[in-house]
Design a protein around this ligand. Structure first.
Ligand SMILES: [Zn+2]
Length: 470
């Protein structure tokens, strides 16, 4: 079976900036450069923070599969007001607290099994770049020092409001301050306060960066002044991303990102069983549902739709995940007792499913439609193994095609052999099935003894043999 991806259209993504679905651009070297705002590490990450992590990690998997080189950057904010507050509450130093929760964030998101971004920059590694960018903004008249702080002068940046569609004269005061020229001016540098246990030297005195400038500096350091996709939750569009644009474009004089991609919010408050309470931490959701169900749950809904988190939706997702796993099991059994013919319907259905799958993802990363295409493959496989079974070559090709689709979504593990029995034991079980089918019962018994000697048992069920540890 061909492994080429259908290339009818370029991938397209919705941009909050243009309010249209646009063809994806690449940087001059052919790479898709993508920056995604990551978490502020002041506690264990919330299941809501996992949504952008899953969406943009799977977007990257799909683009890679589609033949693009991707440079995926997702920062960690390790200097922030919230970190000082949490450190005081927990009675530890703020840098110790931030490093602890950064490590926990990495461990929790590793459990999603979607790979890691190429670069995960931290603010503490980027103070020189941040200070240089602030100095540049002062040089060009877009920022001014004031009583130990430095502020961005929003009414000097003509494009301010272009992302969120707000006009300066309509905006509310977001950050009141007595030392600012304009109530909407926002802090690039915050002078040291006595209750903060870290500070860095700067031309404007000791202090620390504001949140917005951190991302502008980290994005430029990792990707250059202009790149292809800037992602994050829609709650960040204003003021965070608006301010990133003002800083980066004000300092660098070129458009910051071509496409601004925003995922909608995960909504808690869906009905959940009483004993579980409101699961809000990613690690608790992983413990309860497992990574396959959780990843599938995030992808079943389009990234630009609100996503209610609750038992019913997750139980429904668990049933879908079971259907996918069962189709893989059905292929296992068919491969252990293949037929001899070629099943044209199976071959054609899988080609169509693959086309539908990639067309859906090309169209603004429409993962729910990609799921529907995956189920076309599930149904075609189930029909094929229930009827006259195809020969082994076609079964293996069908498995490769099916696993190829699953892998884009980070779900290839659903086609792995049953947990608990290594491949060599499953191979013995398959050989035993073959012996039984050929009525070579002495050989079948000998194979069963070998499986049991290795610590496993075989049960013959209507669905075929099940191998489990003894
Ligand atoms: Zn950011």
């Amino acid at each position: 079976m061909s492994t080429a991806i259908p290339t009818t259209d370029a991938p397209r993504l919705y941009s909050t900036l243009s309010r249209t679905v646009e063809p994806l651009s690449t940087s001059p070297d052919g790479t898709v450069r993508m920056y995604v705002c990551g978490p502020t590490v002041y506690g264990p990450i919330h299941v809501g923070n996992a949504r952008p992590f899953v969406v943009f990690s799977v977007l990257r998997r799909y683009l890679t599969r589609r033949g693009f080189a991707v440079r995926h950057v997702c920062n960690v904010t390790d200097i922030n007001d919230k970190i000082y507050v949490a450190a005081t509450r927990e009675g530890v130093r703020s840098d110790v607290l931030a490093e602890r929760y950064r490590a926990e964030y990495v461990a929790d998101t590793d459990r999603l099994g979607l790979g890691r971004p190429d670069v995960e920059p931290t603010v503490t590694e980027h103070l020189p770049e941040i200070i240089a960018m602030i100095a540049r903004l002062i040089d060009v008249g877009l920022a001014y020092p004031s009583a130990g702080d430095v502020y961005f002068r929003v009414d000097r940046f003509p494009g301010y409001g272009k992302l969120s569609g707000r006009r300066l004269d309509e905006m509310l005061v977001t950050e009141p301050g007595e030392t600012k020229e304009h109530p909407l001016d926002f802090a690039l540098w915050k002078g040291h306060k006595p209750d903060e246990d870290t500070s860095w030297d700067s031309p404007w005195g000791p202090g620390r960066p504001g949140w917005h400038i951190e991302c502008s500096a980290m994005a430029a350091a990792a990707l250059g002044p202009s790149f292809d996709v800037h992602g994050g939750g829609i709650d960040l569009a204003f003021p965070h991303h608006e301010n990133e644009i003002a800083q980066s474009e004000g300092a660098n004089g070129v458009p910051m990102a071509r496409i601004w991609a925003h995922n909608e919010m995960l909504e808690l408050g869906g009905k959940m069983s009483k004993s579980e309470g409101n699961i809000v931490l990613l690690r608790d959701a992983l413990d309860r549902w497992g990574r396959d169900v959780l990843v599938a749950f995030f992808l079943r809904t389009h990234y630009r739709s609100k996503l209610p988190f609750g038992d019913a939706a997750l139980e429904d997702t668990a049933r879908q995940v079971d259907s996918i796993r069962n189709a893989a099991r059905a292929l296992d059994r068919a491969e252990s007792a293949p037929g001899e013919g070629f099943n044209r319907e199976l071959a054609e259905s899988l080609v169509v499913a693959r086309q539908d799958f990639f067309q859906a993802l090309d169209d603004d990363f429409h993962t729910p439609r990609a799921f529907a295409a995956l189920f076309e493959a599930v149904h075609a496989i189930n029909r094929a193994v229930e009827g006259e079974r195809p020969d082994i070559d076609q079964l293996r090709a069908a498995r490769a095609a099916f696993v190829g689709l699953l892998d884009v979504l980070g779900l290839a593990g659903l086609a792995d052999p049953e947990p608990g029995a290594p491949a060599e034991i499953l191979a013995l079980a398959t050989e035993r099935e073959g012996a039984r089918a050929a009525r070579e019962f002495a050989l079948a018994d000998e194979l069963r003894d070998r499986i049991e000697a290795a610590g496993y048992q075989v049960r013959d069920t209507p669905e075929g043999p099940q191998v489990t540890p003894k």
